[in-house]
Design a protein around this ligand. Structure first.
Ligand code: NAI
Length: 336
């Protein structure tokens, strides 16, 4: 029976990378029935809500979505649709594997980077609770709960055990935010105590950022509250080739939404030069979630082969290939 999956191409480069991904999944022959749902800054502005109900209904019905980026206005305008999706579907765990790609020239090409980032996805400074106390004084509330912290810590440790990961590093700023980050870190310690086979340590977020740049190969699994997770994921993406290559998954108990780390890249949208690797790799996480492990491995190997081939890399990776040329190369490697 075909998997029913919601496809949200998004806007900016979203439709370009989404079409490329749907095409390679088609070459794999996995039976998928797509339910395509349009969502863009323009549609949201017209609807007057961050998350129009037809999008939510579709993902609730299928339980799985593959999503491209959606533009969010900066300093004003509607609230982030991405935050709304994560909150309304209770997608509490953001999972981002970051690893070295074969043959790709980066500043860190000589070290083997292989880490998985677990970012709490529902609270912290993303609670959207901001107000102006008096003129020119604003307040944003950072919400940390035991419930959400335990849930992400349990998820990260269970995943690490299942996938034979050896060490989890919790990242915080509890020396300053003693109450909020203090609670997060206490929850991480409590869960760590149940997993004696997994090494556990903690780093303050500023030090963690420096260590990630100086010794990225020493990190295995990172466990972070929402804001640090957001920032550190982009930093980690920069170690392995940038936003064009890093996949992501937003996992909940009932639904899962797979999307790249990158945004809608308005600077290159519509030019046919976007790198589809990140969304294709996100679809690999989706295939594993659907129990399609063999197809996931085949797509992974085909992407790796395209990177090894070297002459089909997109502009963001120092190449000159178009989205089309990279996609065709991945399809050829699948068929081979
Ligand atoms: P961005 O990720 O869109 O772009 C940052 C830089 O990376 C740009 O130079 C862009 O050209 C490049 N880049 C990103 N993805 C690429 C790809 N696949 N191939 C080649 N180059 C790529 O970040 P930015 O500019 O901060 O955000 C643009 C918009 O996207 C904003 O409205 C933001 O709110 C939204 N956004 C949406 C996300 C989502 O829907 N999940 C996530 C992050 C940002």
């Amino acid at each position: 029976m075909a998997h029913k999956i919601t496809l949200i191409p998004g806007d900016g480069i979203g439709p370009e990378v989404a079409d490329a991904t749907v095409e390679v999944l088609g070459t794999l022959g996995v039976p998928i029935e797509w339910e395509r749902v349009e969502l863009s800054a323009a549609i949201i502005e017209k609807a007057g809500v961050s998350l129009p109900p037809h999008v939510l209904e579709s993902v609730e019905r299928t339980g799985v979505a593959l999503k491209g980026p959606v533009t969010t206005p900066i300093a004003g305008g509607f609230k982030s649709v991405n935050v709304a999706i994560r909150k309304q579907l209770d997608l509490f765990a953001n999972v981002r594997p970051v690893f070295t790609l074969p043959g790709l020239k980066t500043r860190f090409q000589d070290v083997n980077i292989d880490m998985v980032i677990f970012r709490e996805n529902t609270e912290d400074l993303y609670s959207g609770l901001e107000h102006e106390v008096i003129k020119d004084v604003v307040e944003s509330l950072k919400i940390i709960t035991r419930y959400a912290s335990m849930r992400i810590a349990n998820y990260a440790f269970a995943y690490s055990k299942k996938n034979s990961r050896k060490k989890i590093t919790a990242v915080h700023k509890a020396n300053i935010m003693k109450l909020s980050d203090g609670l997060f870190i206490r929850c991480c310690r409590e869960v760590a105590a149940n997993y004696p086979e997994i090494a556990y340590n903690e780093l303050i977020v500023d030090n963690a950022s420096m260590q990630l740049v100086m010794r990225p190969e020493t990190f295995d699994v990172l466990l972070l509250p929402n804001l640090y997770g957001d920032i550190v994921s982009d930093l980690a993406a920069g170690l392995v080739g940038g936003l064009g290559v890093v996949p992501g998954a937003n996992m909940g108990e009932k639904c899962a939404v797979f999307e790249a780390v990158h945004g809608s890249a308005p600077d290159i949208a519509g030019q046919g030069v976007a790198n589809p690797t990140a969304l294709m790799s996100s679809s690999i996480l989706m295939l594993r979630h659907l129990g399609e492990g063999v197809a996931a491995d085949r797509l992974q190997q085909a992407i790796m082969a395209a990177f090894r081939q070297g002459d089909v890399l997109t502009r963001d990776l120092g190449g000159s290939a178009t989205t089309r040329q990279f996609t065709d190369a991945v399809k050829r490697h699948i068929e081979a």
